[in-house]
Design a protein around this ligand. Structure first.
Ligand SMILES: [Zn+2]
Length: 308
């Protein structure tokens, strides 16, 4: 019988869960709002309930469970160091809570790392040995696939591309530093920069979709914001190209929808700063899996027998 695992992708607003087989087919999926305010135990309980629903509808026995979490964490034990966008998890032994709740073999991974694994397995960086995946959402997430494997670093915190400094005395960042890429190239930052330039956006809109709509409708200030974000991203990625010499850079997340506006300035900035030889064969491509990248990456980790 084909292997089936349970996967979950925990976001700041939504929890998504699915039963996935070894070909990457989603056999069943469900979702629920993330409990906020809440406790780590309440979130673990909801994850457990969605996992039970997925197991009951998977059509095959599933004993492994991969969970993508928006946090810097220790993947070996699921301990959360810090979750800037879901701070209720800070300091929790989240993997233990979910293991106790579900009785399944648990793997917990950073959500951007999971997205990188998903895109490498089934998406835009499939077939490459060395790739970077950058997710432009509420923050800027990053994941490194080196020699075909996720690079986690010595304690599991590697890949935080969003916290590369691009402005020495720039805006304060949730990580405690200032001038991080995340403050200039996330979907949140794109909306902020558009408002600063007088672009009128719907009340409460915090992502880049409304800015893109304004740009497509001919608002030059809105279009210029994507150029600025792309140049900051190109600046950070040029340094990474010089250090890591990847074959592909995959750009995903909500802001990637504005690909036509920022891929040009991004490539121009990158090529003007990085060494020539590593940029010649480099592909800078849009992510293919959309919102499912993290979910499928979490499934892949569970299929590979990560966790405990
Ligand atoms: Zn930062």
């Amino acid at each position: 019988m084909a292997s089936v695992v349970i996967a979950a992708d925990l976001g700041g607003t939504n929890l998504r869960s699915a039963a996935v087989n070894e070909s990457g087919e989603i056999l069943y999926r469900t979702n629920a709002p993330t409990p906020r305010p809440g406790t780590p135990a309440a979130v673990a309980d909801l994850i457990g309930r969605l996992a039970e629903d997925c197991r009951a509808n998977a059509g095959a026995e599933a004993a492994s469970f991969g969970i993508a979490v928006p946090a810097i964490l220790e993947a070996s034990c699921g301990h959360i160091f810090i979750s800037p966008n879901l701070p209720l998890l800070n300091g929790s032994c989240f993997g233990d809570l979910i293991a106790a709740r579900t009785g399944l073999k648990i793997s917990v991974e950073n959500d951007a790392n999971a997205a990188a694994i998903g895109e490498h397995w089934l998406g835009a960086s499939r077939g490459t040995a060395n790739s970077l995946c950058v997710t432009l959402g509420t923050g800027v997430g990053g994941g490194l696939i080196l020699e075909g494997q996720l690079y986690r670093g010595s304690i599991g915190t590697a890949g935080e591309i969003g916290h590369i400094c691009v402005e020495k005395d720039g805006l304060p960042c949730g990580c405690g530093s200032r001038g991080c890429l995340e403050q200039y190239a996330s979907a949140t930052a794109i909306a902020r920069m558009a408002r600063e330039r007088g672009v009128s956006l719907p009340e409460g809109s915090s992502g880049s979709a409304a800015v893109y709509e304004a740009a497509k409708a001919g608002n030059a200030d809105a279009a210029d914001v994507f150029r600025i974000a792309a140049e900051y991203l190109g600046l950070a990625l040029a340094g990474l190209v010089n250090v890591l010499n990847p074959e592909a850079i995959v750009i995903g997340g909500g802001a990637a929808a504005a690909w036509d506006l920022f891929s040009g300035p991004l490539t121009a900035e990158l090529e003007s700063r990085a060494f020539g030889p590593p940029t010649e064969g480099l592909r800078v491509v849009r992510a293919m899996l959309g919102d499912d990248a993290g979910l499928l990456g979490a499934a892949r980790i569970a299929l590979d027998g990560g966790g405990r």
